[in-house]
Design a protein around this ligand. Sequence first.
Ligand code: EPZ
Length: 420
Amino acid sequence: MSKYIINGSKPLKGEVFAGGSKNSALGVLTAALMTKGVVVLRNVPDIEDVQLLLNIFESIGVKYAREDSTVALDTRGINETFVSTPDAVKMRASYYILGAFIGKYGKVSVPFPGGCAIGSRPIDQHIKGMTALGAKITEDLENGRISAECDGLHGKEIFFDCVSVGATINVMMAAVFAEGTTELVNAAKEPHIVDVANFLNYMGAKIKGAGTDVIRIEGVRSLKNRGDYTVIPDQIEVGTLMIAAAATKGDVTIKNVIPKHMETLSAKLEDMGAIVTLYDDAINVKGTDTLDAVSVKTAVYPGFPTDLQQPFSVLATIAEGTSVITETIYENRLKHLDELIKMGADVNVKGNKAYITGVEGLYGAEVSATDLRAGAALIIAGLVADGQTVVNNAQHIDRGYEKIHEKLRLVGADIEKISD
Ligand code: EPZ
């Protein structure tokens, strides 16, 4: 177990580099298994979820090496499509191996996915898509596994009943080796979907429309190892740092950014009174003495990202007036507010809406991270609060943020990480 200790109410000032996108890297790393050879991937964040995925890859014969944010995968030794390592239930993206392997090997089995406890997170759309392509899916509830097998895949028009990042990436990968044309309708449009599609096309796939709600995939027989690809910056880490700058009334420039990915958050921060300046590959955020309350409703991209809802709620706790935050993607992603109440926040939750009335300031307390982005919210609250805050269960945060305390210290935060 580990925890963060923060002495707050210091404005963050200076420059900090954002890392590579967790939610893109997990898809790109898995897509790399669809080709044979040594694949070099750059800007891969050194975080728990990526390490768990690399452990899973190693358990089925993949060799890998990491130097800073560059990971080399040698996929020539893959000798197993039955994933059994316990690491596979500790994170969610292990199910991407279904989509990557079903077309190539015709048979694959993985444990049911894990991931943040923010809702039921079913995978019915993943199953719907792969079944439509011709895969036979078996859910083994007793052993907690999901398996797929097929005698070749055939392209199909697939309509997703709900917009799903994971199902879009998983079924898109499966469709790459399906004979004929596949059309994914009501597809997710997040930047990481586009990044995975770009990587697959870079290796010879024929995918059009990624980033729109209709993705068309022409099946190919195999992919070529082109050797070297750079993952996009992490939209959620950038957003978390932007929020921390505004919340502490600081002045922070975040580098290694695609500003277009940050448009919705930038607009909300400006609505509250913060000053956001966009550059080619950087964003500057200046906080102001008073922030105005706003209403936020999470939505699929390009709407307000659900992954930034929890960090953003800290801004609402110190804004003038009452903000209304509505979580529409997950049914259980407001738990962090109980912890913010321990720090003096004035919050009322009714169903999927949180009514947050700004207070003079937060005060330090001992709190617990219940999931990855809840933990990020508590760190931001500790930076804002008067006095010392201890954020327990920091291992949740390490799943998606690479050395967040070191990045925050770079811009003046008084934060340290204690590993028990
Ligand atoms: C990805 O999860 C991200 N994780 C999540 O980030 C992110 O919150 C989410 O997309 C939404 O943007 C990774 O990429 C590893 P979904 P995913 O499928 O793919 C329902 C973080 O903090 N749904 O888009 O699991 C589901 O229950 C994590 O980095 C179905 O009903 O999300 C949810 O309510 C947390 N059936 C909604 O759709 C399905 O088959 C969105 O889920 C699939 C999803």
